[in-house]
Ligand binder design. Structure first.
Ligand code: SF4
Length: 63
């Protein structure tokens, strides 16, 4: 998984609420502006996949 990067699948995100996965990230690598789809900060992300597993909409994936 180390060569993969976190990708936000905007089409899967309803963009209508505070992203629950933002609080799950242990290194604050997921940020959200308003209710927009969150963004992953690649330089911070340690690829733990917690946010990927937590998002019920499958809007966070590794590619
Ligand atoms: S994979 Fe882990 S470190 Fe990276 S954004 Fe998701 S929760 Fe944060």
């Amino acid at each position: 998984m180390s060569n993969r990067k976190l990708v936000v699948v905007t089409a899967n995100c309803p963009q209508s609420h505070a992203c629950p996965s933002v609080k799950i990230c242990p290194v604050n690598a997921l940020v959200q502006d308003g209710f927009n789809a969150p963004s992953g900060l690649q330089d911070k992300c340690i690829k733990c996949a917690k946010c990927v597993l937590y998002c019920p909409m499958k809007a966070l994936v590794f590619e």
